[in-house]
Design a protein around this ligand. Structure first.
Ligand code: HEC
Ligand code: HEC
Ligand code: HEC
Ligand code: HEC
Ligand code: HEC
Length: 252
């Protein structure tokens, strides 16, 4: 399976979602039969759910219409009968740690230098995407800091400063977290309510290289929504959380 463009989209289940490069796609097969069987494993005893998911997941090239018909069908039954579990879920890229073009360290910048996550990921509070910072942000410091280092020389090449010193280029960072296109995940709705980055991303400030900490399965999302509604962590108790578990909230 290969993706040919940035937004290459295969069928919702067997494909690779939004893969940035063909390499990334072949490195990270998304869903497919491995995931389909993991789903079945997590739903043993849930006969109906299991067979719905199997036919859904294994059908060749399902159209969006069929996907919706199935979603609506499952919705009618509601999630009540299906217990979502994170056990034995393979193929969700937990631990994924691609080689990056620059050996940028969160341990140095977010840990030792204590830079605020939102100084660089400024989309996290107000929009769907947290975003990865433009290289100009790096050059705020690295115009002067460690300019002798080969890594910073490489960074300056990616920046390709114009005559005023503004970057005209960018760093081709390899994306780590990547949900399938049929899932809607708004950062702002979580960050706004006070859910810490580390709840989902782990101890980023200790990572010399970022890796995917959570498996990002549907169970990861739905189980937390349920837990936080019924028994929110102490520091969020006064927020009166209501994290939806309707299909349409996450699947648009
Ligand atoms: C100085 C800028 C800077 C700061 C501060 C920073 N980051 Fe990052 N972050 C980056 C860059 C650049 C990348 C892309 C390269 C990489 O993955 O290491 C990145 C990548 C990430 C990713 C992975 C993105 C993906 O591709 O899926 C996560 C998650 C993340 N940062 C979370 C955090 C958190 C949480 C904090 C605070 C504890 C933080 N970052 C602080 C610059 C920063
Ligand atoms: C607030 C200032 C600041 C910002 C912003 C910043 N850095 Fe740094 N960076 C530093 C400092 C200070 C060090 C040196 C730490 C040391 O010497 O141990 C460093 C070290 C590094 C190193 C290691 C250099 C070496 O060879 O030892 C790399 C690579 C790097 N930064 C990349 C980046 C990238 C990429 C960004 C943007 C996403 C960025 N930095 C943003 C201050 C900053
Ligand atoms: C409730 C869980 C959760 C929380 C809290 C969270 N993230 Fe994320 N983050 C995700 C998921 C899921 C993705 C993948 C989104 C996708 O593929 O559409 C992601 C992706 C990212 C990315 C990759 C680029 C992007 O925007 O998709 C960065 C960077 C990132 N998060 C940083 C942060 C930072 C910084 C914080 C805190 C200010 C934070 N996240 C809080 C779950 C979370
Ligand atoms: C750590 C717990 C946690 C995890 C994990 C989590 N969420 Fe949430 N989610 C919340 C909370 C808390 C809210 C805010 C509820 C509120 O506004 O009262 C929320 C809100 C949302 C909303 C907005 C709901 C609305 O009513 O508009 C969406 C959409 C959403 N989450 C999707 C996801 C998806 C998709 C994932 C998995 C990739 C996920 N969440 C993972 C805790 C979580
Ligand atoms: C809180 C967010 C959230 C809610 C609510 C939610 N989903 Fe999902 N769903 C996800 C995420 C994230 C994925 C992608 C990861 C995965 O496949 O587990 C997904 C994947 C799926 C898949 C594809 C499974 C596969 O094998 O790839 C189906 C089918 C699905 N959801 C159906 C539903 C139905 C039906 C409902 C309502 C009863 C629902 N979802 C509610 C987040 C959610």
């Amino acid at each position: 399976m290969t993706c040919t463009s940035k937004s290459a989209k295969f069928d919702a289940i067997g494909g690779c979602g939004t893969a940035h490069t063909p390499e990334e796609c072949s490195e990270r097969p998304r869903a497919g039969s491995q995931v389909a069987s993991a789903w079945e494993n997590t739903m043993i005893g849930q006969g109906f759910c299991s067979s719905m998911i199997r036919s859904f997941a294994c059908g060749p090239g399902l159209s969006h219409g069929v996907v919706w018909a199935l979603l609506i069908g499952l919705f009618a039954l509601s999630l009540g009968g299906c217990e979502f579990s994170d056990r034995n879920v393979l193929g969700y890229s937990k631990g994924y740690k691609p080689l990056q073009p620059i050996s940028y360290s969160h341990k140095i910048h977010a840990g030792e230098l204590k830079l605020d996550c939102k100084y660089c990921h400024f989309g996290a509070e107000s929009s769907e995407r947290a975003g990865v910072p433009p290289v100009n942000i790096c050059m705020n410091c690295h115009k002067l800091v460690r300019t002798d280092s080969p890594q910073i020389k490489k960074l300056t090449e990616y920046c390709a400063p114009d005559k005023d010193g503004k970057c005209t280029g960018s760093v081709p960072w390899v994306r780590i977290h990547n949900l399938p296109d049929f899932v809607n995940f708004p950062h702002s709705r979580h960050v706004d309510k006070g859910v810490a980055c580390q709840t989902c991303h782990g101890p980023i400030q200790e990572m010399p290289e970022v890796y995917q900490y959570a498996n990002l399965s549907m169970g990861f999302c739905v189980n937390c929504h349920r837990d936080y509604n019924s028994n929110p962590p102490a520091d969020l108790k006064d927020k009166h959380l209501h994290a939806a578990i309707d299909c349409a909230v996450c699947h648009h």
